[in-house]
Design a protein. Structure first.
Length: 104
């Protein structure tokens, strides 16, 4: 799946923070695939947002082909629907919501 640097960062934020050991093994694999390499981090130039310190700006928001597992895709759909249902969906989630939830 073709994903921008910003989308990949948002996807990583959707991963569970607390789970069981088996799921941690899956999560670690997802981080290895979706996370940015050292070269990508240097190229993207990620800086804190001046308007909102909890957000970041990506100066070179290039895209790359990233392999998304079925488990991660389903997890993201569920999490995006949960955020939407509780009015916690952020602007940064929009493109992923449209691709993962609405187009399915």
């Amino acid at each position: 799946m073709e994903l921008s640097v910003a989308e990949r960062l948002v996807l990583l934020s959707l991963l569970p923070q607390r789970t069981n050991f088996s799921t941690w093994k899956i999560v670690d694999g997802v981080i290895g695939k979706v996370g940015l390499s050292e070269e990508e981090l240097k190229r993207a130039i990620i800086k804190p947002s001046e308007q909102d310190p909890t957000q970041v700006n990506v100066e070179d928001n290039f895209s790359a082909e990233i392999e998304i597992s079925d488990w991660f895709l389903e997890h993201c759909k569920k999490e995006l629907k949960r955020l939407d249902g509780s009015d916690q969906l952020l602007r940064e989630h929009r493109s992923l919501y449209e691709r993962f939830v609405e187009q399915q």
